[in-house]
Design a protein around this ligand. Structure first.
Ligand code: ATR
Length: 290
């Protein structure tokens, strides 16, 4: 039997994640649970690939008949030159986190930004149109998030970064840039009062530096939504301080789940079992759903 895309459906589906390091990745656990829940025979394996092995690893994906892989640090940009096609999502972000193999033709996608926005809408802010959004950080993660946010018709996306020039460059590089602008972190106090949503895209506050916050929580107005991409810890110090100040909070676990859900949907054509995927990670991290 062959699927609509011509792949052999009698074989077990082979999936994986390429990174360096990779042992810490929770993707194999999450996707393993998802495949089991869907009754799809196959495996999702961690692939430890050093930067100088990337080209060979991509050839091996074709040779071994992997249906697809996720790509993580440090390969998200470097992998692009070895692919046959790039989806618009990957072009817009300038990075790939998901590869689909259609009989040897490798296509790169980026599901990080859309995964984040699906999570934000499902868990905190169903309608982003007209929202005024402050994004903290201007690195690779911010690029994907800002790109996806601008597709939701917000009224403004303000990017604040320690290095102000990088925030301005990111705003300038985005489609829909008339709504995006960049400032230095030191200017946040002048703008935060007009915001509906504040999103941390930096790694400040991630385990083991759990006492750090990317901005002074004293600046946060009550009633706004504060969102953090970090999911380890599930509740960062930024989020616990925000809660104390009367803000609504949104953690990073949903982004991880939904970026994986989109990838799984591209590989299998099936609807991803997001609740099972989320619970698998929660069980592993020893947390509870909020
Ligand atoms: P990622 O792909 O995870 O976004 P990155 O591209 O290295 O990683 O970007 C990291 C982001 O976090 C940057 O915006 C960085 O600010 P600078 O551009 O000024 O370096 C921000 N960042 C990292 N550590 C930070 C810190 N201690 N304080 C403030 N911002 C920090």
């Amino acid at each position: 039997m062959t699927s609509a895309n011509g792949n052999d459906m009698n074989k077990d589906i082979l999936l994986g994640v390429m990174g360096d390091p990779i042992a810490q990745s929770k993707s194999p656990l999450m996707h393993g649970a998802a495949l089991k829940a869907l009754g799809i025979p196959g495996a999702y394996v961690p692939l430890h690939i050093a930067p100088d092995q990337l080209s060979q690893a991509l050839s091996a994906i074709r040779t071994l008949g992997f249906r697809g892989v996720n790509v993580t640090i440090p390969h998200k940009v470097a992998v692009m030159e070895y692919l046959d096609k790039l989806d618009e999502s990957a072009v817009a972000v300038g990075a790939v986190n998901t590869i689909v193999n259609d009989n040897g033709i490798l296509t790169g996608f980026n599901t990080d930004g859309i995964g984040y926005v699906r999570s934000l809408k499902a868990e905190a802010a169903p309608d982003l149109s007209g929202a005024r959004i402050l994004v903290i950080g201007a690195g690779g993660a911010a690029r994907g998030i800002v790109t996806a946010l601008l597709q939701e018709n917000p009224s403004a996306v303000l990017i604040a970064n320690r290095t102000a020039d990088k925030a301005k460059e990111l705003a300038e590089a985005c489609r829909g840039k008339e709504k995006a602008s960049g400032i230095g972190m030191n200017e946040i106090g002048e703008h935060i009062g007009g915001m509906d949503i504040v999103i941390n895209t930096t790694s400040v506050g991630m385990y083991p530096h759990i006492d750090e916050t990317p901005i002074d929580p004293g600046l946060l107005p009550a009633g706004i939504i504060v969102s953090d991409l970090i999911y380890n810890p599930l509740r960062t110090r930024l989020l616990s301080e925000s809660l104390k100040r009367g803000c609504r909070i949104h953690g990073g676990l949903g982004m991880f789940v939904y970026q994986g859900a989109y990838a799984l949907e591209y590989w299998t054509g099936r609807t991803a079992p997001v609740d099972i995927m989320r619970q698998t990670i929660l069980d592993c991290l020893g947390g509870s759903a909020e």
